[in-house]
Design a binder for this molecule. Structure first.
Ligand SMILES: Nc1ncnc2c1ncn2[C@@H]1O[C@H](COP(=O)(O)OP(=O)(O)OP(=O)(O)O)[C@@H](O)[C@H]1O
Length: 299
């Protein structure tokens, strides 16, 4: 799969603040990536560096396998990293025409992009009459005017109401489904879970996790178990079972953490054959939220 962007050991210090710390990851064509991290974790700084608006302290990044200069490469990138700013007394179409002039691209795309962001019907309304959600959608249309290979968004749903948030997420998915690679920064786990196929989790500029969003959720999970009879024997049997990596006690129950996929019936049968009748057996998986919190809090 074609590499759109690669970061190697990227570092940024603002005086004593280590905003980005030895960060490496790759963006492959066609995926939707989320940079996920709490406030101040270095997301905006990272986006600023790859867009050439923030100087890195050290490390490297390269666009499109280094086949183009950064200046040329950025012509194939659409980005919104600041609050959208358009002329209030001009209509959506007039504002986008101006952007086309500045970017040196023809007007031909304007209607299509307005349709993509559900603003075609409101194309002749003045920008100042737009809601915050509409302003954000117009910014997305503007970033798409040059048909970019990749669209970069910093906290795309910040400040919007639930409906506005939903609409922006649907639009991002639609743009991705049309083949545009997407990189967005978010502090919202839920957002990344809903929108992104891949995630890079950072905290204090350090990468904690990189991989598929669904694989982050697909840890093997754990069993809650209880017997009214011999809890010690239950513990002993579980310890001997291949695929159980550790056991802890909680509120009179045993929690068995799995290192591979084991079904509830498999474990139930094994215990029954060895003389244990369970009064409680539940298989659980930690939610992405629990995993995110443990990733960002405990390291
Ligand atoms: N221009 C600057 N000068 C000094 N420190 C800065 C500057 N920009 C960012 N920082 C610091 O660098 C760290 C990372 O900030 P950054 O804005 O990249 O994080 P973020 O993850 O995008 O957070 P947020 O979601 O709050 O914007 C923070 O500690 C921030 O205070």
């Amino acid at each position: 799969m074609e590499t759109i962007l690669s970061l190697k050991n990227l570092d940024k210090k603002y005086g004593s603040v280590h905003a980005v710390n030895n960060l490496s990851f790759e963006i492959k064509k066609g995926n939707v990536y989320g940079i996920l991290g709490p406030n101040g974790s270095g997301k905006s700084t990272t986006l600023g560096i790859i867009l050439n608006v923030v100087n890195r302290t050290s490390g490297e990044f390269s666009w499109f396998n280094g086949s183009l200069s950064t200046h040329e490469a950025l012509k194939k990138v659409g980005a919104i990293i600041e609050r959208p700013n358009f002329y209030p007394y001009m209509t959506a179409t007039q504002n986008l025409k101006l952007v086309c002039k500045i970017k040196g691209v023809p007007y031909d795309n304007i209607d299509e992009k307005l349709k993509t962001v559900n603003l075609f019907e409101r194309r002749d309304s003045k920008f100042r009459t737009y809601s915050l959600g509409m302003k954000q959608r117009l910014a997305i249309a503007s970033a798409l005017l040059n048909n970019p290979e990749i669209l970069i968004l910093d906290e795309p749903t910040n400040g919007l109401d639930p409906q506005g948030i939903h609409e922006i997420r649907q639009i991002i998915k639609k743009i991705a489904a049309n083949g545009t690679t997407i990189l967005l920064a978010s502090h919202l786990l839920d957002e990344v879970e809903k929108v992104c196929s891949h995630v890079v989790v950072i905290r204090k500029g350090v990468k904690l996790y990189e991989g598929r969003t669904d694989e982050m959720t697909a840890s093997n999970g754990f069993f809650d178990l209880k017997t009214e009879e011999n809890q010690d024997k239950l513990k002993e049997l579980l310890t001997s079972f291949d695929g159980i990596s550790s056991i802890k006690e909680e509120d009179g129950k045993l929690i068995a953490i799995l290192s591979k996929e084991i079904s509830a019936s498999e474990i139930n049968e094994f215990l029954f054959k060895n003389g244990i009748i369970l009064s409680h057996l539940v298989k659980r998986k930690p939610s992405l939220e629990q995993q995110f919190l443990s990733l960002t809090n405990n390291k």
